[in-house]
Design a protein around this ligand. Structure first.
Ligand SMILES: [Zn+2]
Length: 273
């Protein structure tokens, strides 16, 4: 059983409409002949040497990645640069490349929605509402009962695949939390959102010193504000791939869809003091 790459792209854009992407984003088909046949798809968060090798060696006809390989002004795909080298390898192997990025963050059953579901949150809604009901960036919801911040962090650690840097937390281990705001991937741009400020805890990735410190300091002055949980960017988004794979299998019957288990988080080890 096979579908054309154009048909697969149409299904992808139906599941994750391009209109839901942020203005700066570049999701969609990156390389490949729309008329080529697709029998096998590999899903991954990142287009890196390891995942491209996996796609080529497993005979995938399409690598569907969360992060677009070409995002900002590209003037060369020469093969002495890694993006050119990866693209050339995919093209020579007859493997197309398609990205579903912020358009897959905002939808129902998208990246943040899946984290909310896996944490068992109820009354889930977007932090910043999109154009269609239930869609938008980030999610906020409630745990069935209050738990300590430490318990929530440990539950999250058991949910996401392991990474060298683990999970960092700002807040008291024994503090009780129930309202949880979250954003898969880098979510520091949402730190000032009212639904984040009023949550007991905000889970996201890539929190740098200043946004994290400023959020905590503002919480002291205001007497209200979220604890922070910083989880691996790759790990937080990887959870979505299983759902995306199931959706593709349903829409494209007979096609082989696999999820890459390779850890593409860039950090390899930490030294604790
Ligand atoms: Zn991301």
């Amino acid at each position: 059983m096979s579908f054309s790459l154009a048909e697969v792209a149409r299904v992808s854009h139906d599941l994750w409409p391009l209109s839901g992407a942020e203005d700066w984003d570049a999701p969609g088909l990156i390389s490949g002949d729309p008329a080529s046949r697709v029998e096998s798809i590999l899903l991954a968060v990142d287009v890196v040497a390891d995942t491209v090798t996996e796609a080529v060696e497993t005979g995938a006809d399409l690598l569907l990645a969360h992060h677009p390989l070409l995002l900002r002004g590209v003037t060369s795909v020469a093969e002495d640069q890694y993006k050119g080298a990866l693209l050339a390898r995919l093209i020579r192997s007859g493997c197309g490349l398609l990205a579903a990025h912020t358009n897959a963050d905002t939808v129902v059953d998208g990246v943040s929605d899946i984290i909310a579901q896996r944490l068992g949150l109820t009354e889930v809604r977007p932090i910043s509402t999109g154009s269609a009901p239930g869609t938008g960036i980030g999610r906020v919801g409630r745990l069935p009962e209050p738990v300590t911040l430490g318990t929530l962090a440990r539950a999250l650690a058991g949910l996401v695949p392991p990474t060298a840097t683990g999970i960092r937390v700002a807040g008291g281990y024994q503090d009780l939390v129930q309202t949880v705001a979250l954003c898969g991937g880098a979510g520091d741009s949402l730190l000032r959102e009212p639904l984040v400020r009023s949550a007991d805890v905000y889970i996201t990735s890539d929190l740098r010193h200043h946004p994290a410190s400023e959020s905590r300091e503002q919480s002291i002055v205001a007497g209200v504000g979220p604890a922070l949980i910083d989880v691996s960017h790759w790990a937080s988004e990887w959870l979505w791939l299983d759902t995306a794979a199931a959706q593709l299998r349903e829409r494209l019957p007979g096609i082989r869809v696999a999820v890459s288990d390779l850890r593409t988080d860039p950090w390899d080890f930490v030294v604790t003091q």
